[in-house]
Design a protein around this ligand. Structure first.
Ligand code: TMP
Length: 211
């Protein structure tokens, strides 16, 4: 049992179709089985207010929001999520497993949409007092594998981001890689091929120093 150990904040990141949500669930289950108190959450969303903003962000036409309005909405959702869910859980000593966090805003709005990482970090400083995960796990897959998985999952009903073209998603992937390269202490890159179990074991190994 690990009761009494300080909670940790772990985020999972990656493009569409890499299996983040399945892995977030599996990782949380593995940590719970080891006696830890775990809060599983996701972005956009993770608190009542942020889930309401999620619907605004993901539904409707691809051009419903411009990149600036979108970045502000993600930052506002994140501020509520941090305030209502993440900080209270960490203060209570729980582990927080979060499916996407700040780095998705840096990769999508900052990188692929061209707003730049500095503006996204500035919004995060205001909204969430700059809170960063203790570890960020980047799941990667070859583009064609991820696209096939995503198409199967969406069954022809992609959200506003899934409707964007391959060049957009390539810019997202490149931004994530750059972020991981720039901050190797916080990031670990995990090849998400192979069975779900194998990937979960790789994720746990990438947390070894925090356990
Ligand atoms: P997903 O949770 O199914 O991956 O869908 C969320 C979508 O929102 C995904 O396409 C990535 C996008 N997104 C951003 O563009 N910026 C963000 O800050 C977050 C959290 C998600």
């Amino acid at each position: 049992m690990n009761q009494g150990t300080r909670g940790r904040f772990i985020s999972l990141e990656g493009g569409e179709g890499v299996g983040k949500s399945t892995q977030a669930r599996a990782l949380a289950a593995a940590l719970r089985a080891d006696g830890r108190d775990v809060v599983e959450t996701r972005e956009p969303g993770g608190s009542a207010g942020a889930e309401a903003v999620r619907a605004l962000l993901l539904e409707g036409s691809a051009d419903r929001w411009g990149p600036r309005a979108e970045a502000l909405l993600f930052a506002a959702a994140r501020a509520d999520h941090v305030d209502k869910t993440i900080r209270p859980a960490l203060d209570a000593g729980a582990w927080v497993i979060c499916d996407r966090f700040l780095d998705s805003s840096i990769a999508y709005q900052g990188g692929a949409d061209g707003l730049g990482s500095d503006s996204i970090r500035a919004l995060h400083a205001i909204g969430s007092e700059g809170l960063l995960p203790d570890r960020t796990l980047l799941l990667t897959l070859p583009e064609e594998v991820a696209m096939a998985r995503e198409a199967a999952r969406d069954a022809g009903r992609p959200d506003r981001f899934g409707k964007r073209d391959a060049a957009y998603h390539r810019r997202v992937t490149a931004s994530f890689r750059n972020l991981a390269d720039a901050e190797p202490e916080r990031w670990r890159v995990i090849e998400a091929r192979g069975s779900a179990d194998t990937v979960t074991q790789a994720l746990l190994a990438a947390l070894e120093d925090l356990l």
